[in-house]
Design a binder for this molecule. Structure first.
Ligand SMILES: *[C@@H]1O[C@H](CO)[C@@H](O)[C@H](O)[C@H]1NC(C)=O
Ligand SMILES: *[C@@H]1O[C@H](CO)[C@@H](O)[C@H](O)[C@H]1NC(C)=O
Ligand SMILES: *[C@@H]1O[C@H](CO)[C@@H](O)[C@H](O)[C@H]1NC(C)=O
Length: 342
């Protein structure tokens, strides 16, 4: 098929696309030490369904699992164990086509155990209108700090529905790192002034897909359209690399040394740091650290980059602050699905 012939405009679009793809490839062409050199776990060995059991499909070898959302329910799974620090990772392929209003979340939390004082680290992919760049956010809560969201929002340098990419969360007592493939995209250094806001209690790994029509895509402007259902998010190469904790006793296996388990993923090379800075300069479009309307005094862990401050100073267009629904409202709205803070 000759697309250029059918639509002369697309030729120009293609060239622009190629240039931007070239720039993106160049951006992350540095050879980075892979965080992916870690054992993966079969679904049944490490996870249990969370909700929408009928919408969770396993591959024959149990190394991959897909979560579906249809007009009846979304679905989700969680790790059987809680971990006191660790490296949590999966290769994920997001639903394609029209996915407005859909949220796919990949996160660690202990909300089931500590309802009022939970800790949480999130990747959240916020549905997409075909042809538009995918958006996603990362966030953290500690000891129930739901009134202090720490969201950052970004676009991606690739289409996450076309192939699998690895998304990873590293959590140590010193720092938190979010990775996409081998690129660290966000680093939070544990600052004492954060107090309980820094996640400190054992967490499980979760993945969910659910209908967030009321807020996910352009602040709720675009809803889920079930004409395109089912929406399928695929997960493979699941990694639970941490110090597991007895869920009843809540003590860590004494032989597990946090540093030994996580150090490989905690060391950011100069090349990775460069890639992280480039990613943040080009793809981050919101950060709570620069939202002076919401936080006139930046939260203690914020390290202000003058370049980013220049780019993100126009906080007016961002729909944060003032419109937060309460935690309990969100929880009831999504039933057993994922409650969420913007
Ligand atoms: C996307 O939508 C088109 C047209 O509705 C359909 O033919 C195609 O199979 C869909 N792709 C996926 C992966 O669902
Ligand atoms: C967590 O919150 C609880 C209840 O508000 C409080 O008693 C406790 O001291 C907090 N823990 C930390 C580490 O801040
Ligand atoms: C941690 O790793 C070091 C070096 O590999 C090893 O000597 C030490 O025994 C390990 N500690 C634990 C608790 O596994």
């Amino acid at each position: 098929m000759d697309y250029a012939y059918k639509s002369p405009v697309s030729q120009k679009t293609l060239i622009l696309l190629c240039i931007s793809l070239f720039l993106m490839q160049e951006l992350f062409a540095v050879s980075l030490p892979s965080p992916a050199v870690v054992e993966t776990i079969e679904f049944n060995k490490g996870f249990v369904p969370l909700f929408g059991d009928g919408n969770i499909l396993h591959s024959d070898d149990d190394k991959s699992v897909s979560l579906q959302l249809n007009q009846y329910t979304g679905s989700g799974f969680k790790s059987c164990d809680l971990y006191n620090h660790g490296f949590f990772s999966a290769k994920i392929k997001l639903p394609s086509n029209y996915t407005a209003g859909i949220v796919v979340a990949f996160y660690t939390t202990n909300g089931d155990v500590f309802e009022k004082t939970h800790d949480e680290l999130d990747f959240e992919f916020l549905g997409n209108i075909k042809g538009k760049a995918w958006k996603f956010q990362t966030n953290l809560y500690g000891n129930g700090s739901t009134s202090r969201g720490r969201e950052e929002r970004y676009t991606l340098w690739f289409d996450p529905s076309r192939e699998f990419h690895r998304y990873s969360i590293l959590w140590t007592s010193d720092k938190i790192l979010f990775y996409i493939d081998d690129v660290p995209i966000r680093e939070i250094i544990h600052n004492e002034a954060m107090g309980g806001d820094y996640p400190s209690k054992p967490m499980s790994l979760y993945a969910t897909i659910w209908d967030a029509s009321d807020w996910a895509t352009s602040g709720g402007k675009y809803k889920v359209n079930y004409k395109y259902a089912p929406f399928v998010a695929e997960f493979t190469d699941l990694t639970l690399h941490g110090c597991s904790v007895d869920p009843l006793e809540e003590f860590t296996t004494p032989s597990c040394n946090e540093k030994n388990v996580t150090s490989h993923f905690a060391d950011v090379t100069p090349e990775q740091r460069m890639a992280m800075n480039k990613f943040r300069q080009r793809y981050m479009y919101y950060s709570y650290c620069y939202d002076t309307l919401r936080y006139p005094v930046a939260l203690p862990e914020c390290v202000i980059d003058p370049l980013l401050r220049e780019q993100l100073k126009d906080t007016g267009r961002l729909k944060f602050g003032g419109k937060h629904r309460s935690h309990s409202q969100r929880r009831s709205k999504t039933a057993r699905g994922r409650r969420y803070g913007n």
